[in-house]
Design a binder for this molecule. Structure first.
Ligand SMILES: Cc1cc2nc3c(=O)[nH]c(=O)nc-3n(C[C@H](O)[C@H](O)[C@H](O)COP(=O)(O)O)c2cc1C
Length: 304
């Protein structure tokens, strides 16, 4: 085991730097830019029971400090994922976590069952996507619904179960506690914030408005994410994976200080696809340069 290895409640990662769901495709496409097998793990796009075409209208827009997306969970569906994407990931030696989305408890359960049967080692339940009409966020914003969903998935899935939490609630702590009680092995936080952008142009004496509603992500959400991780760390005992606006090593250290055991890089992948791999190298150099024996020692000092 290297200096950067992390044991997340029994689930081993070679380092704590992952890429976030929906921002890294099915991973293998990024092999043209970096050696993806160097990453702690790649979290796949959300996979649902049936293939989804995603939303029709404008799916992405840039904002001054991040972006808004409304992809609508486009994906190939679990059967094709298992048949085509998993062999590709394995061939490329890529460690991965499969993100799961659904509209009903039964859909999540059916996908989780297939994951269990096909030995998918880790899944991340997306209960926090703001861009679809039904399901998903409905589970993530109500602690009783979340408890019911996570318990049902836990009953059929024996691998490492992560629940991805939304910041679009009054108390993320209550949702974290519900996930832990229902048997989650870890939580990840945060998914995108509900947002809207109105781009205004004046053409021939008239206003033309381009409206995009969806999930806001990127550097602007980092303080929200740091706050969420810190508050969660005070009330739950399972590991927290920090997500939100991570671009630099200082961002990663800030998440560790707040209580995260590992992190995921999202929006930064679109402008700098090499970000996550660079962070792995920089973290290793930082640990060596400052004389820490291990990542755990660094985290301990950061939290003291
Ligand atoms: C284009 C796009 C697609 C996303 N798709 C998913 C998804 O399918 N499942 C999910 O759990 N999160 C999804 N997310 C949320 C990210 O995984 C991440 O939680 C969020 O963007 C915050 O991290 P960031 O600020 O580093 O981007 C998506 C984000 C973006 C920008």
């Amino acid at each position: 085991m290297g200096k950067l290895s992390v044991n997340l409640n029994g689930f081993e990662l070679k380092n704590p730097i992952m890429t976030a769901s929906g921002t890294y495709g099915y991973a293998s496409e990024y092999n043209d830019f970096i050696d993806v097998s160097n990453l702690g793990a790649v979290v796949t796009k959300a996979i649902s029971l049936h293939p989804r075409a995603g939303n029709k209208h404008i799916r992405i827009t840039e904002t001054r400090a991040g972006m808004i997306n409304s992809i609508g969970l486009e994906n190939v569906g679990i059967d094709k994922f298992l048949e085509v994407k998993v062999p590709e990931l394995n061939e490329n030696n890529i460690d991965y976590i499969m993100n799961v989305a659904g509209s009903t408890i039964d859909e999540y359960v059916q996908v989780a069952k297939k994951c269990d049967e096909n030995n998918i080692k880790a899944i991340e339940l997306n209960v926090s996507c703001p861009n679809v009409k039904s399901g998903c966020l409905e589970f993530g914003t109500d602690e009783n619904s979340l408890y019911e969903l996570v318990s049902a998935v836990r009953a059929v899935y024996n691998g490492f179960l992560i629940v991805k939490l939304t910041p679009n609630v009054t108390s993320i702590e209550k949702l974290g506690i519900a996930a832990e009680k229902a048997g989650a092995n870890a939580v990840s936080a945060i998914n995108t914030l509900k947002g809207m952008s109105i781009k205004i142009e004046r053409v021939s004496g008239k206003f033309i408005k381009t409206i995009v509603q969806g999930g806001y992500s990127g550097i602007g959400i980092k303080p929200v994410a740091i706050g969420a991780v810190s508050r969660l760390s005070k009330v739950i005992n399972i590991p927290i994976i920090g997500i939100g606006g991570i671009e630099t090593l200082d961002d990663v250290l800030e998440f560790f200080a707040a209580g995260a055991e590992a992190v995921q890089v999202g929006t930064a992948n679109f402008t700098h696809p090499e970000t996550a791999e660079k962070l792995v190298k920089e973290l290793e150099e930082y640990i060596t340069k400052n004389g820490f024996e291990s990542l755990d020692e660094l985290k301990k000092e950061l939290r003291a």
